[in-house]
Design a binder for this molecule. Structure first.
Ligand code: ADP
Ligand code: MG
Length: 265
């Protein structure tokens, strides 16, 4: 093998997010035992590892869904102090969850603004300003090159790819700095997965930092991300530049054998 340690050095500049040696236990279960990840503006970072490696736990800490026992979590160089999902949202961190958390009976606009609808003045009964929401929804979807998506069809009647797109649109509605995805291409057709990969790339091209948990090593991870953090048993075991590595090398690192060999820093 070449020297991925040097090759996998993180991009220059201060990361948007820097998590160092994060630890989290549930009783005797050590979900994270010293996990680290940096996320820079303009890059897509993949978190990979077998089931139970701690990927979801790490992104939940990042998103304020759960707390952590020890370690350092910095946001743009300052202590993040993120304790709730609302804190994370307020600081520009958005998450697209695996189950998408969409309401099937509602349309795209309603799903985009769910729980954060702009409302009229109190004396109008806080009527939701639908027209305003539609304009904003259309703006975001056009920016995502999804300008012809129906705004009025219930999302339950849409394809998996379209639903994923709506979940992504919802995450970028409030112009975040970082977007986190947990398994965005799972359960999608090949072409829908390719479209989601393009969208994720365009978010990074716009200057966002993107974190993606994925099992789709041979397609999405090696072809559509910039850097790869391999986790096992709650810690990092390898780190690669995506363009310098094959899917097979990533899988080998996931299942073990050469732990530590590729760790930069
Ligand atoms: N709420 C919880 N209570 C107890 N154990 C948990 C909890 N969440 C995760 N774990 C455990 O922590 C470890 C890491 O889980 P997880 O972060 O979900 O891994 P991954 O997403 O990589 O599959 C696993 O052993 C899992 O069973
Ligand atoms: Mg998981």
């Amino acid at each position: 093998m070449s020297h991925p340690t040097a090759a996998a050095a993180a991009p220059a500049g201060k990361p948007l997010i820097s998590m160092r040696d994060i630890r989290k236990s549930y009783g005797s279960v050590h979900a994270l035992q010293g996990a680290s990840v940096d996320v820079h503006a303009g890059e897509v970072v993949a978190l990979v590892g077998d089931n139970g490696a701690g990927k979801s736990t790490l992104v939940k800490v990042m998103a304020g869904v759960i707390g952590y026992d020890a370690g350092e979590y910095l946001l743009e160089g300052q202590p993040a102090n993120i304790r709730t999902p609302a804190d994370a949202t307020a600081r520009g961190i958005q998450t697209v969850y695996q189950d998408l958390a969409l309401c099937n009976n509602l349309d795209a606009v309603q799903n985009l603004f769910l729980g954060r609808e702009p409302t009229g003045p109190l004396w109008f009964g806080r009527r939701i300003r639908r027209a305003e929401c539609e304009v904003r929804a259309r703006e975001v979807l056009t920016r995502m090159r999804l300008g012809n998506m129906s705004l009025t069809r219930p999302v339950g009647a849409m394809s998996g790819g379209q639903r994923q797109n709506i979940a992504i649109a919802r995450s970028i509605l409030w112009t975040p700095k970082v977007v986190i995805f947990d398994e965005p291409t799972a359960a999608l057709s090949h072409s829908a997965a390719a479209q989601v990969a393009d969208l994720i790339r365009s978010l990074a091209d716009e200057g966002l930092g993107v974190v993606v948990v994925s099992h789709d090593i041979h397609h999405f991870v090696v072809n559509s991300t910039d850097r790869i953090e391999v986790m096992r048993l709650g810690a990092n075991v390898a780190r690669f530049n995506s363009k310098d590595v094959t899917g097979e090398q990533v899988v080998n690192a996931m299942v073990g054998g050469n732990e530590g060999a590729n760790l930069a820093v």
